[in-house]
Design a protein. Structure first.
Length: 243
């Protein structure tokens, strides 16, 4: 089984962190190939950066997707998710998509805690697009960005724990998603100090990708019409053209 893990921002250290964590979950017999965005923001924190990251995600898929059984878009917020599903002949799952749907299976109302204050409205819009807004208790974004948390994860634990507790006690959430590649593994460290279940978004996405990989090829991506393009990488131009 082969899974392509795409980090559409340009920070390879984040890619390595997520890929290492995903491999620890996948175990033997699963090859996880990682790809980092060739261009764009070091860390995605605005709508403009997210749009560029969507292009980078498609570019990474075009370059590295051959022979994979599933695609894991490993960036909370899932930039380019629907476009990847449109062109990919194998299943695609996003980190935020998998986490939010898992949260709805575990609890009645869920909340999201993430890094970077500008993510709050972006994630509210994402949840609404998933059709889950009525189940959302709230989004709490702590001040440090994901990249800052990655540089000092221990220093961010107290902030994240407090935000998670407030989701439960003030917002009415009965499950909380710790959203973001840089937060890989933190749910286990925080679970004893939060009164509701915590979901690690990296783990949720990994397990969803593993499950989807067993189902093989999908109908999407097989018959998309040829669309001439200019200025794209050769691999992406061929992909968009349906070749």
């Amino acid at each position: 089984m082969r899974i392509l893990l795409i980090n559409p921002n340009t920070t390879s250290q984040i890619t390595d962190t997520v890929a290492s964590y995903a491999r620890s979950i996948a175990g033997d017999g699963v090859e996880i190939v990682s790809a980092t965005g060739r261009f764009g923001a070091r860390y995605i924190s605005t709508r403009a950066a997210a749009v560029i990251a969507a292009h980078a995600a498609l570019d990474a898929f075009a370059e590295h997707g051959a022979g994979c059984d599933a695609i894991y878009l490993a960036c909370f917020g899932d930039p380019g998710l629907l476009a990847l599903k449109e062109v990919s002949p194998v299943p695609v799952v996003g980190m935020a998509e998998a986490s939010c749907h898992l949260a709805c299976m575990i609890g009645r109302r869920f909340a999201i805690v993430t890094g970077g204050e500008r993510w709050k409205p972006m994630l509210e819009e994402f949840v609404a697009a998933q059709g889950l807004f009525e189940r959302l208790a709230g989004v709490r974004a702590v001040a440090p960005t994901g990249s800052e948390i990655a540089r000092d994860p221990e220093g961010a634990l107290a902030l994240l724990a407090e935000a998670c507790r407030r989701c439960a006690t003030e917002d009415g959430a009965d499950v909380v998603v710790l959203g973001g590649a840089a937060l890989a593994g933190m749910a286990a460290k925080l679970s004893s100090s939060v009164p509701v279940p915590l979901i690690c978004s990296v783990e949720a996405g990994t397990r969803a990708a593993l499950a989807l990989a067993t189902h093989g090829r999908t109908a999407s991506g097989a018959t998309h019409p040829s669309t001439p393009s200019v200025g794209l990488s050769n691999a992406l131009a061929r992909l968009i053209a349906g070749r």
